[in-house]
Design a protein. Structure first.
Length: 461
């Protein structure tokens, strides 16, 4: 088959993201309600704050906003993770970043599968936060063995999707019919299964060790546990949720409200209780929930250090993890502490706190052949020949992720695993190295500068 008949991985990802959203709407109707709320609020923000719409137009994010979402899954074995990586690769999604959640009492480590180039992200920014269960952290040998033997027996991929992955790797792509079949077949891996693979008693044993272990081990596959749309105003969402019959978690994770958002702010609502059929009797399980997020500027190592320092200081001042009882105090402390982080794009740029994208303006293009035009980046910006916008953060935050896990596992599910980051073990299971998100942002920034230089007829900037 000639290569030109292949569907691009970006297009397969866009199809898959749409199919996943449709499936999740059917499985979890509240997700549909949430999408409506998010779309209402996004329209409102763009109408009331034209500068926000303008910034999104510069970066092109306005075109991806409505289809922007991330999902999350939890797999049980190294082999499952390695095959998931191959499945996502068909859709141009690659593992970016390593997240250790053991230090937050969750026995998993994770990566985010996503597109890595800004042009691909523009077509479909769909990402999946993917966690691998760490049975080695469970100090109950019998239970560990039980879990391992149950996991060893399951096959979370259809035979057809495995064939299509092989075929794609062998031929270098999939044609339209195969791509469509791939999307439908891949969806099966992420579906909710009403039938559990264990008895009610086994479920209880796994659950008593950690709720998350039951969620990963007791079912036929890694059901998608949430699908998260992107809002332009998470405070409005948090306020608007109860009126729509959606009870939010106590606090919004991440940085406080700002004029120029940074990184990622997230809130979620509690898991659904779902009826399940154990192999011997009926029962129920809570796994799936809803989440909403607001994305802002990707921070440089220096900006990220400042963010981490201010978040730590907030938590130290609070004297514990934020929860229902101290939510108001936490949000107030967060706001005060973060006053140290400049809320101005020009300052953030001058201080090297965030990554940016640069654009040649009409004025710059009109002046590109004049001898006396400025030629340095600073000069061009000052003269209005170059415009800049923050580069949007495409990744996740470990402290926020832990907060999302915890709120849905119940505050009683706190466990202690110490800090057990083991990126090498994760990459060995994955069969690949995870990419460094900071390098990706830096490359993206550099490409935008090169494009500017070219458009303005300058050798470099
Ligand atoms: C993943 C939780 C983390 C996020 O957005 O930070 C997450 C999970 O519960 O499996 O999705
Ligand atoms: Ni999430």
């Amino acid at each position: 088959m000639p290569a030109h008949d292949f569907v691009s991985p970006d297009s397969i990802r866009a199809q898959f993201s749409a199919a996943m959203s449709l499936m999740y709407k059917q499985e979890v109707p509240l997700y549909g309600t949430l999408l409506e709320l998010v779309s209402e609020i996004n329209q409102q923000v763009m109408a009331q704050q034209p500068e926000v719409a303008e910034a999104l137009r510069w970066t092109g994010e306005i075109e991806r906003l409505d289809q922007e979402r991330h999902g999350a899954i939890r797999v049980g074995t190294a082999a499952e993770l390695a095959t998931i990586a191959r499945l996502f690769a068909v859709m141009g999604m690659h593992p970016v970043g390593y997240y250790d959640l053991s230090s937050a009492g969750v026995p998993v480590h994770s990566t985010a599968f996503r597109a890595v180039h800004e042009q691909s992200l523009h077509i479909s920014p769909f990402r999946v936060f993917t966690s691998l269960l760490r049975l080695e952290l469970i100090d109950n040998p019998q239970l560990r063995e039980l879990a391992e033997s149950i996991l060893a027996k399951r096959q979370i991929f259809t035979a057809r999707v495995l064939e299509l992955i092989d075929q794609c790797e062998r031929d270098g792509g999939l044609d339209a019919a195969d791509a469509e079949a791939f999307v439908q077949e891949a969806l099966h891996t992420f579906r909710w299964h009403h039938d559990a693979t264990v008895t009610a008693e086994q479920y209880q044993q796994l659950h008593d060790q950690h709720r998350l272990i039951a969620d990963v081990v007791a079912f036929k596959g890694p059901h998608i546990n949430h699908l998260t749309p992107r809002t332009l105003d998470i405070d409005a969402i948090q306020l608007g949720m109860p009126a729509k019959g959606i009870p939010p978690k106590a606090v919004v994770e991440g940085p406080p409200t700002r004029r120029h958002p940074i990184l990622l702010r997230q809130t979620s609502f509690k898991a659904l209780q779902e009826k399940v059929a154990f192999s011997d009797q009926q029962g129920s399980h809570t796994a799936r929930f809803g989440e909403i997020e607001q994305r802002g500027a990707a921070l440089t190592p220096k900006g990220r250090q400042l963010y981490d320092k201010l978040l730590d200081a907030t938590r130290a001042a609070l004297g514990g993890a934020p929860a229902e009882a101290n939510a108001e105090r936490y949000m107030a402390l967060l706001k005060d502490t973060f006053a140290e982080f400049p809320d101005d794009l020009a300052q953030m740029r001058e201080q090297g706190l965030a990554y940016f994208r640069y654009f040649a303006t009409e004025k710059g293009l009109a002046a590109r052949d004049q001898d006396d035009r400025p030629t340095t980046l600073e000069g061009l910006i000052e003269a209005g020949h170059v415009h800049f916008e923050a580069l949007v953060y495409e990744d996740f935050l470990p402290v926020s992720a832990a907060g999302i896990f915890q709120s849905n596992l119940g505050d009683d599910a706190q466990a202690e695993y110490g800090s057990n980051a083991n990126r090498d073990a994760f990459e060995a299971a994955l069969g690949l190295q995870v990419q460094d998100e900071l390098a990706l942002y830096a490359q993206s920034e550099r490409r935008s500068l090169q494009a500017c230089a070219q458009a303005l007829n300058l050798g470099s900037m």
